[in-house]
Design a protein around this ligand. Sequence first.
Ligand code: GTP
Ligand code: MG
Length: 199
Amino acid sequence: MQLNLHRAELTISAVHPRQYPATGMPEIAMAGRSNVGKSSCINKLLNRNKLARTSSTPGKTATINFYNIDDQLFLVDLPGYGFARVSKAEQEKWGAMINTYLDKSVPLCGVLLLVDARHKPTTQDVMMYSWIRERFGEVTVVATKADKLGITKLPPALDLIRSTLGLSENDTLLAFSGEKGTGKDELWQEISRITGVEL
Ligand code: GTP
Ligand code: MG
């Protein structure tokens, strides 16, 4: 890999658009429900345990975190949606923050939609899928926590994700494990294809 993954750092935790980095470097964002494994996915991609903060309590990531990877691209960690136990006002604030970023970021090349491999995607997942497809024409869906499903249960679980979201043949669905590293190389290939950054 020519991309130096040791050169990865948090540039900024942004709330407001004026805080987004202005380098013009390509950005790729992780979207998905609270607790689905967005921050863990970033850590696994970078072979780091604690760069992105994770927690078994949903609602850990509360800002838009831009990780600069070797001055080549930003991996963008978003707050999760759909966490019932944070207040309605807080949920709305996060929702607005996520939507503003997705609408306003010019260098945004793509959004990875993370869903839990074990569960049927929610209405909010379907909405996010539609939005990504509308803007980018194709969607990369990452089924996280694949390590929690046995080898026989994974294919039907992926079928349920495919049918619930209504994936088209342009879309990509990858099984991933932030625990074991399953799917990491394939996900880097996707990120490279989407951002145009050579690995
Ligand atoms: P928010 O920031 O709250 O939106 O959550 P998040 O999507 O960033 O999830 P996070 O990465 O913090 O992970 C949530 C919990 O799931 C943590 O306890 C992780 O250790 C666990 N987890 C994440 N990915 C995996 C995975 O692939 N396999 C297993 N077994 N556990 C995982
Ligand atoms: Mg997080």
